[in-house]
Design a protein around this ligand. Structure first.
Ligand SMILES: O=P(O)(O)OC[C@H]1O[C@](O)(CO)[C@@H](O)[C@@H]1O
Length: 337
């Protein structure tokens, strides 16, 4: 038996290809705008804010672009703006209707800031109200945790902001980005069985701590907030890897599941120290997703790769607990019908 999420996962490569075929020129124009502003605000909620964290942290180590990330209502209530400031506002929203993010977009419009909305819904409020809409072509997605709408949104942010980044290797990254659909196609096939087995082994666990550094923190956030909590109905908590030794080290113990994301970034030396300690000293149940096991690609692109085995893990974790991984219990936002 297959859930709807299965088919939606399989559509990820095609969704990426279609989005790039249709939106590349549009995104290139937005990159030019992004090059000339003082600050770029990235706004989203849940999976969508996780893409903002990923691109912010990918660029932080290689570019001087000034990027600030907010959830919708944090931007509305806790961010002071100046009329006509030289900024670019980018909202990310699969539905284009999430109230928090929409309120943030309206605030940016009131302050005459140039606004971009990246959304999967061409008729949504955010697409109508932003000055520069970017449409991801994920088609209908029912899985609340987001697969094809997530990956296309992430790819748009990478395309727009790496092109604007001034990073001397930006073109290499963008070239590698164009190979991602083929890589994902392969990974969807090759990573299912191992992660199904892993999910069976971990099906009765109640809580998962999810750790990553740099560009992988955004994915750790998505893994905990939407994949595990919304998709698999498990408790979960995202952390930067180096935060392992502040708090979690006192709570993790034999048998507690910890999921580490490792891309061999320079900062992943701290991820590796935490892995060693958790495995050998604490005897915690340590699950490691290492980029090098899946692809030979620039580590700044790690979230595009690691998310695929994680999707299988969460899909089957949910299945072995008798849950549909794409369903929701309480979330009542606008859905893709
Ligand atoms: O991307 P959207 O449509 O704005 O939704 C934001 C978030 O809301 C949820 O559907 C529920 O919190 C998440 O899965 C999603 O990432």
């Amino acid at each position: 038996m297959k859930y709807q999420m299965y088919y939606e996962m399989m559509e990820q490569p095609e969704a990426l290809r279609k989005t790039f075929a249709s939106e590349l020129d549009n995104m290139n124009n937005i990159s030019k705008l992004a090059e000339s502003v003082d600050t770029i605000y990235l706004i989203g909620c849940g999976s969508s804010i996780s893409t903002c964290y990923s691109i912010r942290d990918a660029l932080a180590s290689v570019s001087h672009l000034r990027i600030e990330v907010f959830t919708g209502y944090e931007f509305v209530y806790n961010k002071k703006l100046n009329k006509g400031e030289n900024s670019l506002f980018i909202s990310t929203s699969q539905s284009g209707e999430t109230a928090d993010t929409l309120a943030a977009l309206r605030k940016a419009n009131e302050f005459n800031i140039d606004t971009v909305s990246i959304s999967n819904e061409p008729d949504s409020s955010m697409v109508k109200e932003a000055k520069y809409p970017v449409i991801t072509l994920g088609n209908t997605e029912t899985a609340i945790l987001g697969t094809k709408t997530y990956i296309t949104q992430l790819a748009c942010l990478y395309q727009i902001l790496f092109a604007a980044s001034g990073y001397e290797k930006a073109n290499e990254i963008l070239e590698e980005l164009s190979t991602i659909p083929n890589l994902i196609e392969e990974l969807l096939e090759t990573t299912e069985e191992d992660n199904k087995r892993l999910a069976k082994e971990f099906k009765d666990e109640e809580i998962f701590y999810c750790l990553g550094s740099g560009v992988n923190f955004g994915l750790a956030y998505k893994l905990a907030m939407t994949m595990l909590m919304e998709g698999a109905i498990k408790h979960a908590c995202p952390l930067y890897s180096a935060e392992f030794r502040h708090g979690l080290i006192e709570r993790a113990e034999e048998g507690v599941p910890l999921i580490f994301l490792d891309a061999d970034l320079e900062s992943d030396k701290l991820t590796k120290i935490a892995i060693n300690f958790s495995k050998n000293k604490l005897e915690a149940k340590t699950i490691i997703y290492s980029l090098k096991d899946y692809a030979n690609i620039n580590p700044l692109l790690a979230p595009f790769i690691l998310v695929i085995p994680l999707e299988w893990f969460v899909y089957y974790l949910s299945h072995f607990n008798g849950e549909d991984p794409g369903s929701t219990r309480h979330i009542g936002k606008v859905r893709y019908e």
